[in-house]
Each structure stands twice: as structure tokens, then as C-alpha cells.
Design a protein around this ligand. Structure first.
Ligand code: NDP
Length: 308
């Protein structure tokens, strides 16, 4: 290592609730971290509407909550860089991180890179993204005013998307592969009592129809195995998320779904590398829990650094 190389104490990757909470704790512990905001600054809450389960806020829009977190971290004079991390070298110590064409050396890392929406994996679904097929109701719902749309999924995301869309479109049909939702009761109740929302149970989407824009779906009833066509002007996919861990494949232990494996709370398979939030949490996936993980990771990073 050259004498003039600056070695950072801590680099935080990601700017969802986990990343920002980690930054608040790390700055207050005088670790002087750098936070890289990543490819989706603010994380998944930037794509959501009302958040009604974050303590302290009866109801707040997701982007506003994230803006508050960003301002909080900025007010602490944390270094926040708008770059996405493009490479990580965990083979030698200090670790190396490349972002925006610059290489940084660091004694510890908190990975809070979150998760991204999943797709059905159909060829025509991919072809028609932006032409009636969407993975984000809050971003695209506006373009479907007065139209008939379909939401696929049975979790809280699907409920949230359906309720949000019902406020502006003509009708929403939820297609779900089971005969019951896994979503929370409150969100299910909202959907089930909305006269603009219809449910098709035990059914999967086999194909997306349309040339320049979506015109309908080919759907299969799993109980009867019958295939039929359903006309629709929009398709919103809300079937869950995959962790953003591509950068760490072969470098850290990941589980079979790609989540970072942690032990003793936030520790990963590399000493000094911690993981927090949806990138390692395949069960809870809540903003408030991600924030908690972020705080834990910062405390674990502090303890690691103080022992060195
Ligand atoms: P979930 O994993 O909870 O649900 C995904 C849904 O999509 C399930 O119903 C699943 O079906 C279905 N699904 C998965 N893959 C396919 C497929 N290939 N084809 C058809 N259907 C499929 O994901 P969510 O994004 O809904 O929620 C993730 C987490 O985020 C949860 O913990 C949720 O509570 C939280 N969340 C909270 C919100 C809030 O509180 N405001 C809002 C949104 C999300 P099956 O049930 O058969 O497995």
C-alpha cells in the first residue's frame, strides 16, 4: 500500500432505510463513513405510495420518508456519493471498492443494497415492458387512467398496487396463483372490499399478448387446467423481490436464493463486512426492520474497528 493511500473506516453501500440508518449510527460514532447511494437512490420505498407502518408516521409517502432520511444523514455531515458501486475486491485487506471510476480502500463495509422487483420471466412480458407492462404501479399508474388493468401477485405489494391503481383506473383484476392471499389482513381487507377490484384465484399468466402494446393475457386456471384469454390494457407485476447481490457472487456466502448469509446478526463470511436489510433478510422485509438492521450493522462495524 502506498503511504499516501487513504484508507476509509467504513463504506456503506445502499441508501434505503438500512443504509441510511447505518450512516446515522456510524457518523455519530465518528467512523466518518462514505455512503454510496447506488443505482436506485432511496431504495424500494421510492416506488411505493403511503407507508402506514413506520412508527412515528401515521401515514407518509415512501419518497417523503426517504427524503427525510437523506436529509437526516446529510445534516450529520456524512459523505454521501451518488455513485453506484461497480466492483468489490474482498481478497486482500483493506478491502477495495470501485464506484464512479474511483477505487476506495476501506477497513469495513456495510452492504445495504436491498432487493429489486421480480418478473414472471415471459418473453413477451419483457418485450412489452413500458408498453403496458410495468413493475411499478406508483411510477406508471398515471398512464392507465380510466383503463382496465391486471395486477399479478398475492402479497402486500400486489394489494398495495391494486388499491393504488383502483383510485385512477376503470377496473383492476388481481390474478393470483393460490386461493388465498399471503398479504397482511389490513391490506387484503382493503382490496376485498373495493368494488373496483376483482380477483381471479388459482390462475397463472402464461403469455402476454399484443404487438406494439399489450392487448391481453393468456391465463391458465390451475384447478381445471383451462386456458383462456383476458383482455387488458395494463399488466402490473407484483410478485416479490430478489436481493441485489450480483456484485458479491463468489465473494461472500450467499444462500440458495442469493441473499447474503449472516451470522451473529450482521456479520458475513468476510470479517469486517456486514450486511443489513433486504439484501440479507428473506423473511421480514419491512422498512422499519431494515432500518434496525442498518443500526445493528453500524454498531457491529464500530466494534470490529475498535478491536483492530
Ligand atoms: P411476497 O413475497 O410477500 O409475495 C409475492 C407474491 O407473489 C406471493 O403471493 C406469491 O405467491 C406471488 N408470486 C411469486 N412468484 C410468482 C410467480 N412467478 N408467478 C405468480 N405469482 C408469484 O412479496 P411482496 O413484494 O408482496 O412483499 C415483500 C415484503 O414486503 C413482504 O414482507 C411485505 O409484507 C412487504 N411489503 C409491505 C408493504 C407495506 O406494509 N406497506 C407494501 C409492500 C410490501 P404465493 O403466495 O403463492 O407464494
Amino acid at each position: 500500500m502506498l503511504d499516501n493511500t487513504v484508507v476509509e473506516n467504513l463504506i456503506i453501500i445502499g441508501s434505503g432505510p438500512a443504509g441510511y440508518a447505518a450512516a446515522v449510527y456510524a457518523v455519530r460514532d465518528e467512523l466518518n463513513p462514505i455512503l454510496f447511494r447506488g443505482f436506485q437512490p432511496g431504495g424500494q420505498l421510492m416506488l411505493t405510495s403511503a407507508v402506514e407502518n413506520y412508527p412515528g408516521f401515521v401515514s407518509i409517502q415512501g419518497p417523503e420518508l426517504m427524503e427525510n432520511m437523506r436529509k437526516h444523514v446529510e445534516s450529520l455531515k456524512c459523505r454521501i456519493l451518488d455513485e453506484d458501486v461497480s466492483a468489490v475486491d474482498l481478497n486482500s485487506y483493506p478491502y477495495k471498492i470501485t464506484a464512479g471510476g474511483t477505487e476506495y480502500e476501506t477497513r469495513s463495509i456495510i452492504i445495504a443494497s436491498g432487493a429489486s422487483a421480480k418478473w414472471l420471466g415471459l418473453e413477451n412480458e419483457k418485450r412489452l415492458i413500458g408498453k403496458g407492462v410495468s413493475g411499478c404501479a406508483v411510477c406508471d399508474g398515471f398512464f392507465f387512467k380510466g383503463k382496465e388493468v391486471v395486477v399479478v401477485g398475492g402479497g402486500d405489494s400486489a394489494m398495495e398496487d391494486a388499491s393504488y391503481l383502483a383510485n385512477m383506473v376503470k377496473s383492476v383484476t388481481i390474478i393470483h396463483r393460490k386461493s388465498e392471499f399471503r398479504a397482511s389482513k389490513t391490506m387484503q381487507d382493503r382490496v376485498l372490499s373495493d368494488p373496483k377490484i376483482k380477483i381471479i384465484w388459482d390462475t397463472v399468466v402464461e403469455d402476454v399478448l399484443g404487438e406494439s402494446r399489450i392487448s391481453g393475457l393468456k391465463i391458465r386456471d390451475l384447478k381445471t387446467n383451462k386456458i383462456k384469454e383476458l383482455k387488458t390494457e395494463g399488466l402490473f407485476i407484483a410478485i416479490g423481490h430478489s436481493p441485489n447481490t450480483k456484485l458479491f457472487e463468489g465473494k461472500l456466502d450467499l444462500d440458495e436464493l442469493g441473499y447474503i448469509k449472516t451470522h451473529d446478526f450482521t456479520k458475513t463470511s468476510k470479517s469486517g463486512v456486514f450486511a443489513a436489510g433486504d439484501v440479507q433478510d428473506r423473511h421480514y422485509k419491512q422498512a422499519v426492520i431494515a432500518a434496525g438492521w442498518g443500526a445493528m450493522a453500524a454498531i457491529d462495524a464500530r466494534d470490529f474497528l475498535s478491536k483492530r
